[in-house]
Design a binder for this molecule. Structure first.
Ligand code: SAH
Length: 343
């Protein structure tokens, strides 16, 4: 098995080149080619032919196959289905905002967190994705659109903190100034709330935006929606989020999808506002996206209005998020990573 070269940091690559007796700057050249989506060493025209052949013996360049690309009529959001070398699949989404092009990528093929409202949960976890497979979604997805992503959200399939080491490695590679150069301030990491891992992330003191999928302010409702909560609990989650804020100075975002008669009562809005305010966070509200076979419904207009009234009265910082990609099942919670016709 050849080593997966795109999962190596620029520092690791430089160290290997040095061992081979090659100058460090050559490693920098190769790292740059890889971050631009080069598919072979032969494409690296400023690298001597002999070295290209040697690299080809030692290293493999991952090349996921694009099985399907769909573009939403309404807003130009695109969804890509990638097949990795072992046949596992994951989806990524590309969105155009006024502040730039955002790549929403998956970090696992599937997910094992089991959230009751999410389409990804239904299939369980196949495996973690490698750093190179995450990078490919950013770089190759951008190439499909003829643009370079300026922002990344780790909000596709999978739980980033359940694949901690690979995700951290990916962040180092994608943030490298000699490569894709997408800095931590332009990356959001979304988690269902693995509190120990949130604490571990705080220690790295990255300037990432941490986004917590909250969806309920009370343990009873949250545990019903998200099994992970039976282990962590809402209060401990807010404690970890507060620590993240004080360690990094980055305001934490809380995601909340309004579900009809489950988490959309004004009393819940008041409790939510109290907790988010106490943690100095920002609330992102959407209505639930429908998923195939789903047991929940999005809140209706009247219930949304009452919920928002209660939030405003409690003076919490919140945004009602615009939805992108709904008509191609590319919205939050709708990614399944399945080919057409598959379950
Ligand atoms: N595992 C991470 C990353 C997934 S991000 C996490 O839980 O945060 C996907 C986001 O979409 C999460 O906020 C998730 O809670 C939300 N989501 C999942 N299913 C949804 C649905 N049907 N409607 C709206 N949002 C949903």
């Amino acid at each position: 098995m050849r080593t997966d070269i795109k999962s190596m940091t620029s520092g690791e690559l430089a160290a290997e080149f040095e061992k081979m007796g090659e100058p460090r700057y050559r490693a920098g050249q190769v790292f740059k080619w890889l971050s631009e989506g080069a598919r072979s060493f032969d494409a690296m025209t400023d690298i001597p032919k002999g070295l290209r052949a040697r690299l080809d013996e030692l290293y493999g360049i991952s090349r996921p196959r694009l099985l399907r690309a769909q573009t939403a009529q309404r807003d130009g959001t695109a969804k890509y289905l990638w097949e990795f070398e072992d046949g596992n699949c994951a989806e990524s989404v590309a969105m155009r905002y006024s502040h730039g092009e955002t790549a929403c990528i998956s970090c696992q093929a599937g997910c094992r967190m089991g959230c009751a409202f999410c389409a990804t949960a239904a299939g369980g976890l196949a495996r973690d994705l490698t750093a190179s497979e995450m990078l490919d979604q950013v770089v190759l997805g951008g190439a499909e659109r003829g643009v370079r992503a300026t922002n990344i959200v780790l909000m596709g399939m999978g739980e980033p903190l359940d694949n901690f080491d690979n995700v951290l490695r990916f962040l180092r590679i994608v943030g490298d100034a000699g490569g894709a150069n997408i800095g931590m301030r332009r990356i959001s990491l979304s988690t269902c709330g693995l509190t120990e891992k949130v604490d571990k992330l705080s220690e790295y003191n990255l300037q990432l935006t941490l986004s917590i999928s909250l969806h309920a302010p009370d343990d009873e409702t949250r545990s019903r929606l998200m099994p992970v909560n039976t282990v962590t609990g809402v209060d401990r989650l807010f404690d970890s989020a507060r620590r993240y804020f004080s360690a990094t100075g980055r305001r934490v975002s809380y995601e909340y999808a309004l579900i009809d008669r489950i988490n959309d009562y004004p009393s819940q809005a008041r409790s939510l506002a109290r907790k988010v305010n106490k943690a100095g966070g920002h609330l992102n509200l959407i209505t639930l996206n429908r998923v195939p076979g789903g047991q929940f419904l999005p809140s209706g207009r009247e219930r949304v209005r009452a919920f928002e009234d209660a939030l405003r009265a409690a003076r919490v910082n919140y945004t009602f998020r615009r939805k992108l990609g709904g008509d191609i099942d590319a919205a939050c919670g709708q990614l399944r990573g399945a080919a057409r016709g598959q379950a």
